[in-house]
Design a protein. Sequence first.
Length: 211
Amino acid sequence: MLSFDQNKLLIASHNEGKISEFRELLNFSDLCIVSSKELGLIEPIEDGNTFEANALIKAKSGCELSGLTTLSDDSGLEVDALGGDPGIYSARWAGPDKDFDYAMKEVNRLLEEKKIAEEKRTARFICALCLYRTNGDYLFFVGKVEGKIVWPPRGNYGFGYDAIFKPDDRFETFGELTSTEKHSWSREKIGLSHRARAFDKFVKFLINTEN
Ligand code: IMP
């Protein structure tokens, strides 16, 4: 198993939801999890052009400021008929008030405007995790889940764009699936989500790597 300085892993995030999800996911290990928020680290400007580039900016900054091995993530929704939008701008489409009802309506409005048929509303959630080590080495673990945009929104679980994303091979949207089905992780069963899939790759790397 990969070893860590002081047995600590920094989660480069100020988002409480994300931090607690990572803590839960890393329950199986004896790692001490700390976050940028707890350490009061400044947030870097995310001006990369890809999910990986933004994850790298966050992980590098967290590692350099804390001196700890750092894990970050960047994620979002890509809609094919919108040229991949909202993509890396998924959070920004909701504006400063984080109004995801508005952002979901905007996705639907643009699909309607372009007269995109239901079966052509293909989309995917992507999550890029970046592990940045104190020697400057870094690695990405990317998870994707393919699906379609549906309208109207369905379900009260989850967050962000969950209520308009229906993963392939399921009748329910992410908003109708429980958090266990959506993004839990155990050695026996991996949740459906992009984050659970990326996390699975990260855990396999942790377990199979010495130093
Ligand atoms: P980040 O915190 O910069 O990675 O922003 C990710 C944004 O993508 C979030 O604010 C959500 O809008 C969207 N997003 C990412 N993952 C999910 C998900 O699992 N469900 C719904 N929306 C998501």
